[in-house]
Design a protein around this ligand. Structure first.
Ligand code: SF4
Length: 313
């Protein structure tokens, strides 16, 4: 069977005003054709939290925010490995260790993190990934040496909108890390955050940027405005608009995993199970970095009710 030609920008823009029911049907079928009834689950742990020098407007871990978010140095390696093994038991396909900060940790903290990544990788079925800020070739080599084959680094939004949400580093710096990791042969999980006040053109630009980079795993996050952050007063996305975002990404990126991550519960509410009909092929389970997630058993029961199965099972 020949695959459909890639969507053009004009075709993608037309989806923004297309009838939602028809769009969801098309996107859900595209997911089903590509991934059947298998879904990609992932989970994360916050290895080092808060006190970040950067001013990302959405982030409770930024030192520029007044959010009452937990701050702690790098946790002990055995705690991180315990979190990873727990997620492995919950059938995730990928588990991420995440650190706050602009660039990868250094010194003792780096050694502890690499130890945790190496130990987790060597003792579980799921892929282990690192989400540790901007990467240079040295830390990429160290990650590969620890057996890590995947990193996570979001672009967050379009090049045009990025300066509205962050002024302490540039879009090009984010792209540099993504390109560097890809060039080193790592898988890169790279997506964005929606509901920050961006326009549809920004969302579509991001999707095309990801397609141009050849990204195969795209986390879709929805803003859950946290008190004390610069975006605290931003209204929640309408759940139907969130579903449209998922569907548009599915159709622009037909072969990529589209995984719904942060903000799922607060934005989609009773429509959470619809994400798969909208074309999502995965979701994050468990807690997020600074906010609580849904009960994992409830999420697994939702998948069973939908006739879907974790690919890590
Ligand atoms: S998103 Fe990352 S870089 Fe930006 S403030 Fe938060 S922890 Fe720092």
């Amino acid at each position: 069977m020949t695959s459909a030609p890639p969507l053009s920008r004009d075709e993608a823009r037309a989806l923004v005003t297309a009838d939602l029911d028809t769009l969801l049907l098309e996107a859900g079928r595209a997911r089903q054709r590509r991934f059947g009834n298998r879904v990609h689950l992932c989970a994360i742990t916050n290895a080092r939290s808060g006190s970040c020098s950067e001013d990302c407007a959405f982030c409770a871990q930024s030192a520029h925010s007044r959010a009452a978010s937990p701050a702690h140095a790098m946790r002990a390696a055995d705690e991180l490995v315990r979190d990873a093994r727990e997620a492995d038991r919950q059938c995730v396909s990928c588990f991420g260790m995440v650190t706050s900060g602009r660039a990868a940790v250094t010194g003792d903290e780096r050694a502890r993190l690499l130890d945790a990544l190496r130990t987790a990788r060597g003792s579980m079925r799921a892929c282990v990934s690192a989400s540790i800020g901007a990467l240079d070739d040295g830390i990429i080599a160290a990650l590969k040496d620890a057996g890590i084959t995947r990193i996570h680094h979001n672009l967050e939004t379009s090049r045009r909108f990025f300066p509205r949400i962050c002024t302490t580093h540039s879009y090009d710096e984010r792209l540099d890390t993504v390109r560097r990791a890809l060039a080193a042969g790592l898988d890169v999980c790279c997506g964005g955050l929606f509901g920050m006040g961006e326009e549809w053109d920004d969302r579509i630009d991001l999707a095309f940027e990801l397609r141009g980079l050849g990204i195969r795993s795209v986390p879709v996050n929805f803003l859950n405005p946290v008190a004390g952050t610069h975006l605290a007063a931003q209204p929640l996305l309408d759940p139907r608009e969130a579903l449209r975002i998922i569907a548009v990404f599915r159709l622009i990126l037909p072969d990529a995993h589209i995984s719904v991550a942060g903000g799922r519960q607060v934005v989609l509410r009773d429509l959470q199970s619809w994400i798969f009909h909208a074309g999502a092929s995965g979701m994050m389970i468990g807690n997020y970095l600074t906010t609580a997630g849904r009960n994992v058993d409830d999420d697994l029961a939702m998948l069973a009710d939908l006739g879907l199965e974790p690919e890590g099972k």
